[in-house]
Ligand binder design. Structure first.
Ligand code: BGC
Length: 528
């Protein structure tokens, strides 16, 4: 009896033990095999979401009020968070966090507002930014295509595009000028590599290609507002052009960035970032073990996680999106040195009453596709207000392991993860929990070389406008002042110590419910 009591006490004591601290090694290379042990802490932004005066983008004309010549869709991007004129102040925040690297994007529409006319003042601006970063010891990871285009690539106002071609713009991917746009992307990347290659070694060509294309050409809630997802051959032509654009950018950077900016022996490391999601088989609002739903989860994971990466690695294209490649594009082969993984959420997926046609045949239960038949049992403590989805942190462990198994030898880096949150506490939880999951994945063999938090400041969240707050630093939209949230304080401490302490883990980590968010007003959050 006494020994049973002793055993119970020991077990209780073990249960109360704080989790051990997790330490992270110093910055290493993204691609060098010798750098596999390194780990970078970073923070990420994108130009359209932060910069003021981006008047030549498709997003500007898409959201600009009709009275001023735009289409008045969603919230007007306007001057975003004035991140262009405040760039040096914002770099100060990056430095304050102490991160190794800053992932930001260069706005193509600023560099080339009119086709073939280069704006040298914009080049000088980004050059000054990169020089300041060099002086501060912050390594740039530069994205070239993050959801936005110069309006001349696909002006959403141009009705001539509906009929086929337009005299004044290229009318987007998947159309008669799709191959021309891919070539234009390559030329833009060549210019960027020529002008900035002495300061930049790490480049991202495109950001979240599949969900970008679904939003802009599949469902039409991003410019240019096309809805072709139910016509899969049409959608597939869009994807093919975009992969070609990526491959052209890769080749152009490799040919034109020949300077090893940081002396680590690598002149250019080029990759791209995929949005990844935990797709949970579900039916009638409950988790499902129906084999049809399990297969549906596999199909959507293939389409959104792997198809694009397979194309860049193997030079193949799966025209009818059925899981078996049927075209060869040797010029795409090997156009990836590292892969960015971005992770935010869990969503349901079902084979029940499929919304997407064969061979995809699934109902993804998220956003506009939510028909109420297959939401996973939603735990409201994970609901992300304003975004309408169930946030997830620990699920990234399995995602990283799945990519490791499918693409052995391909270095991974978490180029985005974060949460829309008004208190800052959930942001701290998101950071600690994702770092815990990355640590577990690394211990199980995943080659994960870093973590970039999304985002530095609050910003323009595309179709959702300014309501979701993703910033480590909160922006006051009346004065544009930036104030550190609890997430910023916790992340700064982690970065400076290169460790998540036992106390931080006990307070913010684990798998338990997240702290309540006072703005649980979405219908989605109360669904059950
Ligand atoms: C995108 C960002 C976006 C973030 C949060 C990612 O899909 O790359 O532009 O702001 O997620 O939703």
């Amino acid at each position: 009896m006494r020994s049973l009591v002793a055993l119970a006490l020991v077990l209780l004591a073990c249960g109360d033990d704080p989790p051990p601290a997790l330490s992270f090694p110093a910055l290493g290379s993204l691609t060098d095999p010798a750098g596999a042990d390194g780990f970078r802490f970073g923070v990420a932004t994108a130009a359209t979401q932060i910069e003021d005066g981006n008047t030549a983008t498709d997003w500007y004309v898409w959201t600009q009020p009709v009275a001023d010549g735009g289409l008045g869709k969603g919230t007007f991007v306007g001057d975003a968070v004035r991140g262009y004129t405040r760039v040096m102040e914002d770099l100060g925040l990056v430095a304050e966090l102490g991160v190794d690297s800053y992932r930001f994007s260069i706005e193509w529409a600023r560099i080339e507002p009119v086709k073939d006319q280069i704006d040298e003042t914009a080049i000088a601006h980004y050059r000054a930014q990169l020089e300041a970063m060099k002086a501060m010891g912050i390594k740039p990871l530069v994205t070239l295509h993050h959801f936005s285009n110069p309006a001349w690539v696909a002006d959403p106002r141009d009705s001539a595009c509906t009929a086929g071609t337009s005299a004044t713009n290229l009318c987007g991917f998947g159309g008669p000028a799709g191959a021309t746009i891919a070539a234009e992307m390559g030329q833009h990347a060549a210019l960027m590599a020529q002008r900035f290659g002495d300061l930049v070694d790490e480049w991202g060509t495109v950001n979240e290609p599949m969900n970008y294309l679904v939003a802009s050409y599949g469902l039409g809630f991003f410019p240019p507002g096309r809805a072709s997802l139910l016509d899969l051959p049409k959608f597939s032509a869009v994807v093919r052009d975009y992969i070609a654009g990526h491959a052209a950018m890769y080749a152009a950077i490799k040919a034109n960035d020949t300077v090893d900016a940081d002396g680590d022996g690598v002149a250019s490391a080029v990759g791209f970032s995929m949005l990844t999601t935990t797709w949970s088989p579900s039916r009638t609002n409950k988790p499902s073990s129906n084999p049809d739903d399990l297969a549906a989860a596999e199909r959507i994971t293939y389409l959104l996680h792997y198809l694009f990466v397979d194309a860049a690695l193997h030079g193949t294209f799966d025209t009818n999106l059925d899981g078996t490649p049927d075209e060869n594009h040797p010029e795409w082969t090997g156009t990836i040195d590292w892969l960015g993984i971005q992770y935010y959420l869990r969503a349901g997926v079902s084979a029940d009453r499929p919304l997407l046609p064969a061979p995809v045949s699934v109902t993804p239960c998220i956003g506009g596709f939510d028909v109420g038949s297959c939401l996973p049992a939603l735990d409201p403590t994970f609901c992300v207000p304003h975004m309408g989805y169930e946030g997830s942190t620990s699920g990234i462990e399995d995602i990283l392991l799945a990519f490791t198994a499918r693409y052995p030898g391909l270095p991974l880096v978490v180029t985005e993860s974060g949460i829309a949150d008004e208190t800052g506490t959930r942001r701290a939880e998101s950071i600690v929990r994702v770092l815990e999951a990355i640590s577990r994945a690394r211990a199980r063999g995943a080659d994960v070389r870093g973590y970039y938090h999304w985002s530095l400041t609050d910003n323009f969240e595309w179709a959702e406008g300014y309501a979701p707050r993703f910033g480590l630093y909160t922006v006051d939209y009346a004065t544009y002042a930036r104030t550190p949230s609890e997430g910023a304080t916790v992340y700064r401490d982690i970065v400076h110590a290169r460790s998540v302490t036992s106390e931080q883990r006990a307070r913010y980590g684990g798998d338990g419910p997240m702290s309540p968010d006072p703005s649980f007003t979405d219908e989605y959050c109360t669904h059950n």
